[in-house]
Design a protein around this ligand. Structure first.
Ligand SMILES: *[C@@H]1O[C@H](CO)[C@@H](O)[C@H](O)[C@H]1NC(C)=O
Ligand SMILES: *[C@@H]1O[C@H](CO)[C@@H](O)[C@H](O)[C@H]1NC(C)=O
Ligand SMILES: *[C@@H]1O[C@H](CO)[C@@H](O)[C@H](O)[C@H]1NC(C)=O
Length: 464
């Protein structure tokens, strides 16, 4: 079985007079090493070869790619499958040859099919086809009567391979030939600067309206804590909020990217199904640029409680909770600072800065519950909203995760209590019975007020 998987199937395509009809006439199985790419015989119209040499897009030749919202590619199949992005992954800690990662969302029925990777090398219009390794990522959700889930497709390369230029993911059946390609994603190469910076924040998909003041507060705090870049993925963000993100993008602090929903459905589910895809996209895009990736949403933040920034925080954790693991992931407990009339507010503090005004918290959530993480992107294959769930082979060893003492750091979460809806009526009242005054944020007050008020002025958001 393993032997079969390690082989590559080569598909020869014959282009008809129309140049569009592609017949998968023969399926040749070769050991890849024995077929140098330059020797490949491509049966096609000579004029096509010229067009390819001129650098014309291969897609215009014979792949009719269907896109939705200009970002998602739609796999041609009776099952619904959508592709977001593809990356070349050659991290040494994989302990395997490099692979291609394709970030997707699909209905569960695709698991009855065979998923194929088509790897497009150089100028060739003759892809190498092999079975994709498909990994389920999240718990998914229901759309129009079907259960969808986020999935990562992995395509194996051999060391000797050139790096493919593009990849298609297609669904086929065990006893028929792989289908005609219908998708074509350019493979992105994560940048490898010679000097890495320390922290990037990968924010899950962002949508609808977010109070511009809260965006400024969140951004300025993360600057104070030593974050160099924040990646925001737009799924229909309201204009007044987008304006703030675009301002920070102009400053160079935000990388503002598009992640529209993959289905035209109303409702939140098809937006929420892009959460894990964008976090993964951010991870793979930046895995060589930053030492650590911080993953939180815009209504919460990992706060150093005994130190003044993230670098000092991690040093302190390493001292107090030592681990020999080279690529530790730090997991922080969650605590709610509910924005609720039942929780007192410091009326002396500016109402535009919630972290200064709301300084009463409830008991921290149980370990593992709504946790947030700072991870090493060299060590993580699958990151979701809370923690790294699949590590690279080289880092899947003891000590990879440090559960941070709540005295050193907490994930502070600012929102209206949602637990009555989630757990049952009365839960919010129960949680708010025990309240603790918490002045941790006062340590950042002066810097935050100074820097936030400057941004409020620039953005015409009033004064503090
Ligand atoms: C989609 O698949 C069907 C059936 O497999 C095929 O007939 C059709 O040509 C394909 N369309 C494209 C655009 O590839
Ligand atoms: C705060 O703003 C000042 C300029 O007003 C700037 O020099 C400083 O770097 C900012 N602090 C942070 C942490 O961004
Ligand atoms: C955000 O996404 C929506 C939906 O795709 C799009 O209409 C809008 O123009 C985007 N906003 C920005 C600022 O790019």
């Amino acid at each position: 079985m393993l032997q079969v998987c390690r082989r590559r199937q080569r598909v020869l395509k014959y282009l008809g007079i129309t140049g569009l009809l592609v017949l998968l006439v023969q399926l040749y199985v070769y050991q890849r090493a024995t077929v140098p790419l330059s020797d490949k015989k491509i049966a096609q119209d000579p004029s096509l070869v010229d067009r390819i040499r001129e650098g014309k897009d291969l897609r215009s030749l014979d792949i009719n790619v269907k896109k939705f919202n200009d970002v998602w590619q739609i796999v041609n199949s009776t099952e619904e499958m959508y592709l977001f992005s593809a990356f070349y992954d050659d991290r040494p800690s994989l302990l395997t040859d490099p692979v291609i990662r394709v970030i997707t969302v699909s209905e569960d029925q695709i698991e009855q099919r065979k998923a194929y990777c088509y790897l497009w090398f150089g100028e060739s219009t003759d892809p190498f086809v092999e079975e994709a390794d498909v990994l389920r990522l999240g718990i998914g959700g229901w759309r129009h009567g079907k259960h969808f889930r986020e999935r990562l497709c992995t395509c194996k390369l051999r060391k000797a391979d050139e790096i493919p230029k593009a990849v298609s993911i297609e669904l086929g059946d065990a006893n028929s030939n792989p289908p005609k390609p219908s998708t074509y994603l350019t493979i992105q190469h994560p940048e490898k600067p010679t000097i890495k910076q320390d922290f990037i924040s990968c924010v899950s998909v962002t949508f609808w309206k977010i109070d511009p003041h809260r965006i400024v507060e969140w951004m300025e705090l993360h600057k104070i804590w030593g974050v160099h870049k924040v990646t925001i993925y737009n799924s229909s963000i309201a204009d007044e909020s987008a304006k703030v993100f675009l301002h920070y993008q102009k400053e160079g602090f935000v990388d503002f990217r598009q992640a529209p929903q993959f289905l035209p459905d109303p409702g939140e589910m098809s937006i929420l199904l892009t959460m894990i895809p964008v976090i993964l996209d951010c991870l793979y895009r930046n895995m060589y640029k930053y030492n650590k990736v911080v993953v939180t949403d815009l209504d919460e933040m990992i706060v150093p409680r005994t130190t003044l920034n993230y670098k000092a925080l991690l040093n302190e954790i390493d001292k107090q909770q030592p681990s020999d693991h080279k690529a530790r992931a730090y997991v922080f407990r969650n605590d709610f600072f509910f924005m609720d009339p039942r929780m007192p507010e410091d009326k002396e503090m500016p109402d535009k800065l919630v972290t200064l005004r709301h300084r009463v918290r409830v008991q921290p959530c149980a370990p593992g519950n709504s946790v947030k993480s700072i991870i090493d992107p060299q060590a993580c294959v699958v990151m979701h909203n809370h923690f790294c769930s699949v590590r690279t082979n080289g880092h899947d060893t003891d000590g990879n995760t440090v559960h941070v003492n709540i005295e050193l750091g907490l994930n502070q979460h600012y929102k209206k209590c949602h637990l009555d809806k989630l757990t049952g009526p009365g839960e919010c009242a129960r949680r708010m019975e025990e309240q603790t005054k918490d002045d941790t944020m006062l340590r950042f007050k002066d810097q935050l007020m100074r820097n936030a008020s400057r941004q409020f002025r620039v953005l015409e958001l009033g004064t503090l």
